[in-house]
Write a protein that binds this ligand. Sequence first.
Ligand code: GLV
Ligand code: MG
Length: 352
Amino acid sequence: MKTPANFFKPLTIGAPEPIRELPIALERTIHFLPPHIEKMRAKAGQIAQKVDVLLGNLEDAIPIEAKEAARTGFIEVAKAVDFGPTGLWTRVNALNSPWFLDDMTEIVGTVGNQLDVVMIPKVEGPWDIHFVDQLLALLEARHRIRKPILIHAILETAQGVKNVNEIAQASPRMHGMSLGPADLAASRGMKTTRVGGGHPFYGVIADPDEGKPDKSKEQRAFYQQDLWHYTVARMVDACQSNGLRAFYGPFGDFEDSLACEAQFRNAFLQGCVGAWTLHPNQIEIAKWVFSPEVEEVRFAKRILEAMPDGSGAVMIDGKMQDDATWKQAKVIVDLARLVAEKDPERGAAYGL
Ligand code: GLV
Ligand code: MG
C-alpha cells in the first residue's frame, strides 16, 4: 500500500494532479456504441443527447477483424461530436490482449482531452489498476492532458470479486465499477447461458403443507431469486465505502424489457447509480429506473423539511423518521435534483 502522503501525487512528472473527489454527474445510462459501424457513428451525436454517458466499445462483441476500425471509429466520433454534459467513455480491450496498448496510446494521444473515463475489462486485482494508472500518467504527461482520465473497472472474474475492495482502493483515478454478469458467470463456472438477468431455476421452494402427504411441485410455490444479489451487494459496499459509483452491466435479452427493468431496479434499490444500455430500447428503461420515483422524492422532501438540521425524531404518516432516514431522504432528493437539471419534465413532477 502507498503511504497516504503519496497516494495523491501524480505518477509521472507533468501528469495532471489526481482528483480527490469524483465530479458530480448523472450516470444512469452508459450507452454502448459499436464504433466500427459507420451507421452507428453517424448516429452518435443524436444518441449522445439522449443518454448520460456514451461509450465507444472496443472489446467483446467487436469482431477481431474490426478492432482497429472500432478504435479509429471511436476517435473519429470523439473528434466530431460535441458531447456537452454527456460523458465520453471507452471500453478498451483487456490488458492481456494484443490491442490494449494501441487502444490506450492512440486514444489518449488523439482525444485524451475529450475522454472522461476508460473502462477496463476483466480486472483481477489492484495490480491491474496500478498498471493502467501508471500508463495513463505517462500518456497524459506526453500529450499534455489537462484533467486526469478516470478508470472504471468491470467486475467480471471470480478473482476480481474476491479483490473488489482492493480494486476500489487502488488509485485516486478510480471512478467506479460495473458488474459484468456474462464473463463473471463463465469465470465462476455458473451453469447459465445468458448475458445477465435471472434464471428460472434459481430460487426457493415453499415447504409442503404440514400434514399433507402431497409434496409435489404443483402444491408448492416457487420464488425466483436474483442471481446477482450477492455480487451487486459486494460491489456497492466496496464502491460506496471508497467514494466510487457502482453500476449494473449488460442485460442481453433485448425483447424482455420487463425483466430488464426488474434487474435494473434491484440494482438501483441496492445502491447502483446506473446500468449499461446495449439497445436503444433500454435507454428509456434505464433513465426511468435510475431516476427516483416521484412519490419517493415527495416523501423524502417532507422528511428533510420536517427535520431541518437532520437530528432528533419525528413521525410522518405514522412512520418514524430519524437521522438515518434523513440521510436516506437526502440521497433521494440530491439525485432528484440532478435528474431535474437534466430532465426538466421529470423535475417538474418532483416539485423541488
Ligand atoms: C460484460 O462485459 C459481461 O461480461 O457481462
Ligand atoms: Mg465481459
